[in-house]
Design a protein around this ligand. Sequence first.
Ligand SMILES: *Cc1c(COP(=O)(O)O)cnc(C)c1O
Length: 435
Amino acid sequence: MKFYSTNNKDLRVSFQDAVFHSLPQDRGLYMPEVIPQLAPLFIRNIQQYSLQEIALTVASALIGDDIPKSDLKSIIADAINFDAPVKFLDSETAVLELFHGPSYAFKDFGARFMSRVMGYFSKKGDGLLDVLVATSGDTGGAVALGFLGVEGTRVTILYPKGKVSKVQEEQLTTNGQNIRAVEVEGTFDDCQALVKQAFGDAELNAVLRLTSANSINIARLIPQTFYYFWAYAQLKAQGVDDVVFSVPSGNFGNIGAGLLAYRMGLPVKHFVAGTNVNDTVPRFLKSGSYDPKPSIQTLANAMDVGDPSNWVRIKDLFQGNLDELRYVISSYTYTDEETQVAMKELFEKYSYVACPHTAIGYLAGQAYRKDHPGAYASVFLSTAHPCKFPDAIDKAIFANVEQPKGASDLSNKPKVATAASIDFEEFKSYLLNWK
Ligand SMILES: *Cc1c(COP(=O)(O)O)cnc(C)c1O
């Protein structure tokens, strides 16, 4: 399979190039040159397959010969080694839990698959791969734990001091091995600026093999399609055929993967995007004009995105046809107050503790049902375990959160992070001196 840039369909690169470069030079995003169609028989019998079997079929359709099927099978077995269960809360509402991986967020799917693909392509003696990543919380943990122990790679994670939660910080700073954390006296934007400057620095690039673990990497998008197929398989096994997915959205990578799955033949009735007050996409679907704004801080902070970078992929999947987009996607937007009410409702009605992002998925699914009553399963995606967001959840509700064992174990490990300023020369010499 070749991958083109959404800005120039004549620019086509191999899967390996798309993975290592993340972004085409023309600032578009990579997309497969054709959307492969899965066999109708596979879809019809999908409930017979495991998550890993489904993942292999979907990934090999998207990647083609660039990774032989037997190698892809090992990559998947190693990367997707946790479940994504669908749980019904009532007869028509279910939650797809995507937080059973090591960092307790759905980003584990993308980060673990990408790390292993990068490791796979790196083996041929071309030196250590230096992965740089800036994080506001969830991405860093998924990338750190995703690359932990992956041969031929090492990772530097920059995070803003005092601006990530306890569990998030522990996931960044307790790893050792090929992972190190830099605690920056500044904001997430400062962290990102340092990483960007490093990529543009000729001297650094002459000595180090730098790559980004950016969320727009095609190797992070592909594995996110797996769980849409898997959710559908679980529903089908229970005799449910009609499904609407409701996806809490920030950068629109998660829902973008769902729409890619739809284009490949997954029979989904409709997709619903729930956002916090960063409502660029809901406004676009209403007005038809795309008008990004600076991001606003909210309780669902992993969705504080004013200009969702994956939106161009979604436009590309629908050739920019607004009517078709509106036929497949609806979008609703929520304030922090509404999000808090939803977390309370989920707990009181279903004894379910949700993180704020997940609560927005729930709200959007409910809103869509109100506008479109009918017989279908409304499945909202739970993007993170609530233990990662203690400050965003009411104390009385948070008291009911069961800490996963892995999370409590982290508290006993020593924190190792290098304190850094926002000075680029300091960061550069730090990178050059890692032996
Ligand atoms: C990253 C993240 C999101 C947003 O996902 P996108 O793919 O950026 O839309 C939602 N919830 C949580 C918990 C996240 O970490």
